[in-house]
Design a protein around this ligand. Structure first.
Ligand SMILES: [Zn+2]
Length: 242
């Protein structure tokens, strides 16, 4: 039996090393990873299509997320098609790479309305290295859609992790993923929000074993360790009724 679930994985080569679906499956098997939230490398149509083609037949292990740029004119139609016909369970947004504020309602609401209608999960990149993607901006968006679950990827980065933790504590629909985040910030998040913290490795930038080790150092409590590496994500999947 696999013992871990990972909430933040991209289908993307690691430098020169090819990480297609077979390569990812091997890394998952080697690290006892049962299931992951899978995203393309970026928001281009080509990368979304590449991921959705490769993931076919592997839906037991990979939960696919569409990586959408809200500036694309056909983004709502394309996202709806991915959800209805391509097994997509969630939305990935990157306010830094795709250059939009995380709280720009008129751009994001048409996409989030689809998330609301189909009980989807929304992952938004949130770091402190850009002025358009802070935890407080993330919160404004999440508050408008209380029936959508939101995952704050990188939980505010280097400097805004305390804001991220506050925002998570006061909003039942917000989860934190500690991918690329310092151990000290992760320890604070795990002790403050043990039921809403999700392990995330950000493959291909790191390895599963590195993140598992970080989770071991994040808590001494075996029950909390099981929550942050498996049960919280399993409960989220159950709550979303996927
Ligand atoms: Zn990522």
């Amino acid at each position: 039996m696999k013992k871990f679930m990972d909430s933040h994985v991209h289908l993307k080569n690691r430098n020169e090393e090819v990480l297609n679906i077979e390569g990812l499956l091997k890394e998952m098997d080697d690290a006892d990873i049962e299931k992951v939230f899978l995203m393309p490398a970026n928001s281009t149509i080509e990368e979304n299509e590449r991921m959705l083609e490769q993931v076919k037949g592997h839906e037991e292990r990979f939960i696919p997320f569409a990586f959408i740029n809200p500036y694309h004119e056909d983004c709502v139609e394309r996202f709806t098609d991915y959800v209805l016909n391509r097994c997509v369970k969630g939305l990935k947004l990157h306010p830094v790479c795709d250059a939009f504020p995380a709280d720009r309602a008129y751009m994001l609401d048409p996409l989030l309305e689809i998330c609301d209608r189909y009980r989807l999960h929304c992952i938004i990149h949130c770091t402190s290295d850009a002025p358009n993607s802070s935890p407080l901006q993330f919160e404004k968006t999440a508050k408008r859609w209380p029936n959508v679950t939101f995952q704050m990827a990188h939980m505010g980065g280097c400097w805004l992790s305390n804001d991220a933790i506050k925002v998570c504590k006061r909003n039942s629909n917000i989860y934190l993923d500690g991918s690329t985040v310092s151990l000290s910030a992760v320890r604070r998040a795990v002790s403050s929000c043990p039921d809403k913290f999700l392990m995330g490795t950000d493959i291909p930038f790191y390895h599963f074993e590195m993140e598992k080790l970080k989770m071991h150092y994040a808590t001494d409590d075996p029950e909390v360790f099981h929550k942050i590496t498996y049960k919280n994500m399993e409960d989220l999947i159950t709550e979303r009724r996927w």
